[in-house]
Design a protein around this ligand. Structure first.
Ligand code: NAG
Ligand code: NAG
Ligand code: NAG
Ligand code: NAG
Length: 498
């Protein structure tokens, strides 16, 4: 449905189709001509062989990694800016330093996708100004002495996407097009260059560490990516596919495949670190195997003490609602058969309240009291007794002094095989420390003060260091009806131009 398969003579397009949105975004997948399209298996598809996520293979990969990487694994501190408020920035971003001499690029942190890309010179429609208080920069291969283009015969192009090599002419560029859940797309070609990272070298201290990374040089945008005033230079995908930045750094032995974020919903900014978190200790829930995103199993939702048992009411396999954890999504989206009984419970305490629709999609109401007194606390319960509490002031957002809107949205994500899944974005992830442990295939979290610090292990030295809070942003003007990000990766296409 999302991707038409087009078959013509000439070059090759590779499609990794991951999920289909229920809200029917118009995804025009192939704009070019003279292309052949192959739909390829995502690396996590299929039940065994090469997916790296069933127990035995995982163990052997881990052993292999430990052997290969020895004691060189660094912890990295990525400074954060932005905030999750739908009426403000509605996104969190970090700063990456790329090229020789290095240049800074501000990129949205997105655990729902697998590619790092930045806008490149030659992009006419790329944003030039941002209301986030950051200077935008276009990457220029010609002005970096360490930049190299990635060709379609190179490993990154072939193996990261499982692409067929038959239609690649040696030396031709590896082009891509990415489609996100909100229908926005970006496209360009892959390049390889040095990047500098802040390696944790002491308590709240860092030193520079460099590594080579492959990333997309985007020369076209469509949809909201190009038109939003809250513009950034690109997106850094922290998904688990081989192409993501975390997988690239881990495969060259620079870091462990563990990272964490604490998105500060109160002050903006927060904490983002690569490396094993030693403090605080967190409870965890297993990642559901063979999913392209970070899916965990939600078993129940508790609304003000009343429990909605998802293992009996939800669609799916009867064990709960598969839920995607995505920092690149602003709000939280529930499948309709959960949303309806859930919202009835949330609004039960305010029977006289009338809602009206704002900007076509938000249910809003007039309320002058303290929302934390008038609405119930919501607690999401996950497999292995991990819970996540969301307070009324987190799931309701103020339009103005006495108008509030509901952050929960009635639209799940539909997977390829027709299941509807929950999508949990910054609305529920803010003010929590969230740890993604890809080595152990778990996600853990706990309520946390994101303006403070965490303790992370530096496997190079064996020392434990504090990694602190950052806020890169300056205030941006409040207004209604901003872009709500929905940066869940839908599809990646590769092109081998002829
Ligand atoms: C991803 O990387 C792993 C380890 O380097 C490799 O074994 C696997 O084949 C790669 N996956 C794909 C789809 O190429
Ligand atoms: C990368 O790091 C090494 C070792 O610290 C240093 O010698 C080299 O100059 C750095 N290269 C770049 C391009 O920053
Ligand atoms: C993974 O689990 C093992 C055993 O439970 C534990 O020793 C290890 O510290 C965990 N790895 C990380 C990165 O937390
Ligand atoms: C969070 O931590 C910061 C830094 O330690 C502190 O100044 C602030 O008061 C804390 N906030 C809360 C709500 O405890």
């Amino acid at each position: 449905m999302v991707a038409d398969l087009i078959r013509r003579k000439g070059s090759v397009v590779v499609v990794a189709l991951l999920a289909i949105l229920v809200l029917n975004v118009g995804v025009s997948v192939v704009k070019g001509n003279e292309k052949v399209v192959f739909e390829v298996q995502h690396k996590f598809k299929g039940s065994n062989g090469g997916n790296g996520r069933d127990g035995s293979l995982l163990t052997s990969l881990k052993a292999h990694d430990n052997y290969r990487h020895g004691r060189m694994l660094a912890a990295i501190d990525l400074p954060l800016g932005g905030n999750g408020s739908p009426t403000d920035a509605a996104l969190y971003f970090t700063k990456l330093s790329i090229g020789t001499p290095p240049q800074d690029y501000y990129v949205q942190v997105d655990t729902g996708s697998d590619i790092l890309w930045v806008n490149c010179v030659g992009c006419d429609k790329c944003p030039k100004k941002s209301s986030l208080g950051i200077d935008l920069t276009l990457y220029d291969m010609k002005s970096s002495s360490t930049a190299k283009s990635v060709t379609c015969d190179q490993d990154f192009c072939l193996s990261a996407f499982n692409a067929p090599s038959s239609d690649c002419k040696v030396g031709f560029p590896c082009e891509y097009s990415v489609t996100y859940g909100d229908g926005s797309t970006t496209g360009g070609y892959f390049v390889r260059d040095y990047a500098n990272f802040n390696q944790v070298s002491g308590n709240l201290q860092t030193s520079s560490m460099n590594g080579t990374i492959v990333f997309g040089c985007s020369s076209q945008q469509s949809g909201e990516l190009g038109s939003s005033t809250e513009a950034v230079d690109g997106i850094v995908g922290f998904g688990q596919a081989n192409s993501s930045i975390i997988s690239q750094l881990a495969s060259t032995g620079k870091v462990k495949k563990v990272f964490s974020h604490c998105l500060d919903g109160i002050n903006g900014g927060g904490i983002f670190a690569i490396g094993q978190v030693v403090q605080p200790k967190l409870k965890t829930t297993p990642l559901i195997p063979n999913e392209p995103h970070y899916n965990v199993m939600m078993k129940a939702i508790e609304v003000g003490g009343e429990v909605l048992d998802l293992s009996t009411e939800a669609s799916g396999d009867g064990s709960g609602s598969s839920s995607i954890i995505d920092s690149g999504t602003t709000l939280a989206y529930l499948p309709n058969d959960i949303y309806t009984p859930f919202m009835a419970k949330v609004m039960a305490s305010q029977p006289g309240l009338k809602t009206h629709t704002v900007e076509g999609s938000f249910k809003c109401f007039v309320y002058s009291g303290n929302v934390d007194d008038g609405f119930p606390v919501v607690t999401l319960h996950f497999e292995d007794s991990l819970s996540l509490t969301v307070y009324p002031h987190e799931y309701l957002f103020a339009l103005n002094d006495n108008q509030w809107c509901i952050g929960w949205q009635n639209k799940g994500m539909q997977t390829k095989d027709g299941r509807e899944v929950t999508l949990l974005g910054d609305l529920v992830l803010s003010n929590k420390l969230v740890v993604y442990d890809l080595e152990n295939q778990t996600i853990g979290w706990a309520e946390y003060n994101c303006s403070s610090s965490i303790k992370v292990k530096d496997d190079k030295s064996g020392n434990v260091y504090s990694v602190g809070y950052h806020d890169l942003s300056s205030a941006c003007d409040l207004s209604v009806g901003k872009l709500l990000r929905f940066l869940l990766l839908i599809a990646v296409l590769l092109f081998y131009p002829s």
